[in-house]
Design a binder for this molecule. Sequence first.
Ligand code: MIC
Ligand code: SF4
Length: 647
Amino acid sequence: MGLNVTQKILKDHLVTGELTPGREIAIRIDQTLTQDATGTMAYLQFEAMGLDRVRNELAVSYVDHNTIQVGFENADDHHYLQTVAARYGIVYSKPGNGICHQLHLERFGVPGKTLLGADSHTPTGGGIGMIAIGAGGIDVAVAMGGGAFYLTAPRVVRINLKGKLRPWVTAKDVILKVLQVFTTKGNVGSIFEYAGPALKSLTVPERATITNMGAECGVTTSVFPSDDVTRAFMEAQGRGQDWRELKADPDALYEKTVDINLSEIEPLAAAPHSPDNIVTIASLAGTKVEQVMIGSCTNSSFVDLKTVAKILAGHKVHPDVSLGISPGSRQVLKMLSEDGSVTPLLAAGARLLENACGFCIGNSQSPATDAVSLRTNNRNFEGRTGTKSAKVFLVSPPIAALAAIYGRIVNPLAGTDIPYPRVKSPKTFDLDDALLLRPAADGSAVKIVRGPNIGDPPRNVPLPAALGGVAAIKVGDKITTDHIMPAGARLKYRSNVPAYSNYVFENTDAGFAKRAAAARDAGQHNVIIAGDSYGQGSSREHAALCPMYLGVKAVVAKSIERIHQANLINFGILPLLFEHAADYEAVAQGDTLQIAGLRETVEAGQTRLVLRNVTRGTDIPLKAEFTERQRAILLAGGLLNYTKQAR
Ligand code: MIC
Ligand code: SF4
């Protein structure tokens, strides 16, 4: 029987297990990436493992999230990251070089390789034919140490693309269509594999826009085959020698196939406050817009921004609109500058922002109260911009550019005076790696610099014999890691867990951190009660690490998303599911809870636990389904303890 692209790559990298969907497998990781907001903790954990040098083929440390350097903390983090990279053999990408995913695609991505990244948008690498997966920092630290990555053998869904995109319809609209079809729920354990006659019309950066935002569906990753389009991109990046063809066998099997006809797609938007709240631009036409932000790892390629420059050329930004443009990389910015595309942007009145995550992570450019903000990034969770009342619509760069000119949402398919500019991919890109610092062969003499904001990663204790404590918070469905652990203005505490822990659930329940810390200090275990899709969104392990620090021992939910579930286990927090979803109603915040014989049950490999609600005198059955390895990690009190034990 033939294999699909996913199976080919996974088979090449399989360390243990078999490719039967739903079973646990372990794969070898060729490349790793981190960014500064997840990287400090990942490297602190790598250091705690006591190895002398990274052992995978390539490890890159990017600085892109927290580049504004207000206060000493960011710069101290960067200093630590630069020296730890030189010490252990990691390539260091300096602030100003660009966004990790865009850069990795440009300079390092190789078809057929595996990439594990401490960032949920690592699947961007699927655009170049990699199996590229987002994970918590500690999983990436283990992979840097040469350890395998454990995941569930995926169900592979084939997305068959046919037809051709019309003018004003872009790759962003394709992935918004995919989000409309699949939504953000129910895709855990799947990989989207793209196929079909329309592939040849999509460039690598366009494919990467699609695989990038596949993360919002909750899939393990998304992947495109590697073909002549991939080869042309790699040659233009001066890396033609790394290209290899990778395509599915004609008789390859898939879990299911979904057809998408590109000719039928129209410009779309994700309306507030979820990336799967898809509406047509036609239905929004006329909506007044106060802010337009173009960039992020989803839509900041040279072609994306040159298209914007061509639309803006000869026009002015509407007086009521603030337009910010953030190129994905220094390569993109230099090329825009060299070909004269920066001038029309400036002449129109755009604000040229740093080539970094910037507005997307909410550490700058927060919109005004109640403002409508059109953005080309991938997440519009409530409050992520830093302004809770803002209404964020996710759109393509051309739709954003039109709105910046007119001050309202315009449906170009209904007619506009501005012609759609078809911009071609460059034959060669500007190849200047000056901001990529490659490590020397021997780093043993390098002194690692640690400022006062760099603390040791906190350790957990082994799983207790019984759980006894309180339902410290009860939250609803679709709680994202942005709700649990805000980024934005709080990002600078990423390397200081005691300080960052003061902000757990800050925007959901401002009293949580104090309450939980008091219960912890009184010897109680804290339990989080949640609805469906708990822990959606980013890979930030602080959404597990900081609750752990506050004494959280278990999350009891209707369902939990993949990366967050792994992070909870990695930090020794039990991810438990209601056996009957209706039992969610049987616990109120503040109820006293107990699980007798907890350690014994997990040790014995039993998959059911009973949660005693002492306040109401009821028993609630819970699912505790873990693999043998996950059980061992939980019993040890987290992956760091487990890894130490195993050696
Ligand atoms: C995000 O887009 O939410 C982030 C910030 O890139 C996160 C990583 C983080 O929180 O540091 C992600 O996507 O994993
Ligand atoms: Fe950066 Fe935004 Fe991409 Fe996250 S989604 S990596 S914050 S640009």
